[in-house]
Ligand binder design. Sequence first.
Ligand code: ADP
Length: 456
Amino acid sequence: MESELQVVNPATEEVIASVPTATRRDVEEAVARAHGAQARWSALAPAERARLLRRFATVVDEHREELAWLEVREAGHPVTNARWEAGNVRDLLDYCAGGVERLNGAQIPVAGGVDLTFAEPLGVVAVIAPWNFPMPVAAWGSAPALAAGNAVILKPAEQTPLTALRLAGLAREAELPEGLFQVLPGEGPVAGAALVEHPGVAKVVFTGSTAVGREIMARCAGTVKRVTLELGGKSPNIVFADADLERAAATAPGAFLDNTGQDCCARSRILVQRTAYDRFLELLEPAVRAVSVGDPAQPATAMGPLISRAQRDRVSGFVPADAPVLIRGTAPEGPGFWYPATVLEGRPGEPATEQEVFGPVAVVLPFEDEAEAVTLANATPYGLAASLWTRDTARALRVSRAVRAGNLSVNSHSAVRYATPFGGYQQSGLGRELGPDALAAFTETKNVFISTEEQQ
Ligand code: ADP
């Protein structure tokens, strides 16, 4: 018998939908359909594929409010954030559509003939998405894969299938070929694992926890699948004493509380130069308390609930009764998976200081000088993002180069941009998404040599 996924609104704990889960057999059928659709899609003229993707972007634009409200209800995102997310899907589809007709190969000088390279589609790509940013992350894998001539099977997270299903419906409204962009809600170890193991799937794009990413990478070896991994992080926010401390403190809460801290880029280790430490904390406290926590449907809300009871239990496990709390915000009472913003004194060796919390919890640690700041920043197996605050431009560049992370932000905490590459060093991931090379990650390079020798 088919089981169902219960979709729960994390702000109210109400079940808002139930969705059938995909079985291994559903995955088999979807892969077969995807192969047929991919053959038709890659045979279309490039300009026609670009036109269809632009139409998909337009249809997404026309349904932005609907998509945003689905994200509010299934993921508890504040509506202002959810609107940005729907716009991000539209923008990325447009951006990738522009790449279809620019997927150039090369002509390489060789003796005795002409040498050409072609950027060929991989075939069928599986995108396995997480629940923290269900809609944008689904698009970050799917849009460039489609633009490069592939078919996509998207498996959303168990908790958040609704925006993904709606996007598949909008793709059909935009007249993308049937079977080209399929969404299979299902359980990770069933539908997800079936996609990872299927010999007819050429690549897996996975965003989620480092533990599951490691397992997926190992399983991809069975069929030598290509893989892109976007995993966890424990990103530093480095504040030097010469920085604009007011701005650094005013923006630090958003950098670890956005999406209730359920963000792999969360700047959850705040490193502050010792001479500015007390002043920075004085400024940070009112900034943390000013973050408006509550009903995600209100445009003024900055922070909503955590995704689930299980996630709240995990997060509170990092903050035992005797935890060294420096600052504590507020959270609503009653139904919903609420957790207050919490700033702890960092203690090397403690779980909250070392591990990814994936909740609204940050630690603060002092450092003496630039060398110690870099050592502390790099004292993690992760390497996704980092921010640094200083008025000294030479130092900003030195530290940016020295920190082992994929996404550095100077005097800011930049959000992920569709036009710039995104991805992690070390155990934060493998490969890059977005940016000018986004489509290349979904192609094989084929080399063709044509002899110019006279034929007898
Ligand atoms: P989190 O820990 O943030 O809940 P996970 O890393 O467990 O996230 O899940 C991210 C995505 O990976 C989800 O879509 C989930 O269903 C899927 N997933 C979980 N386990 C597996 C697995 N063994 N094989 C394939 N996909 C999986």
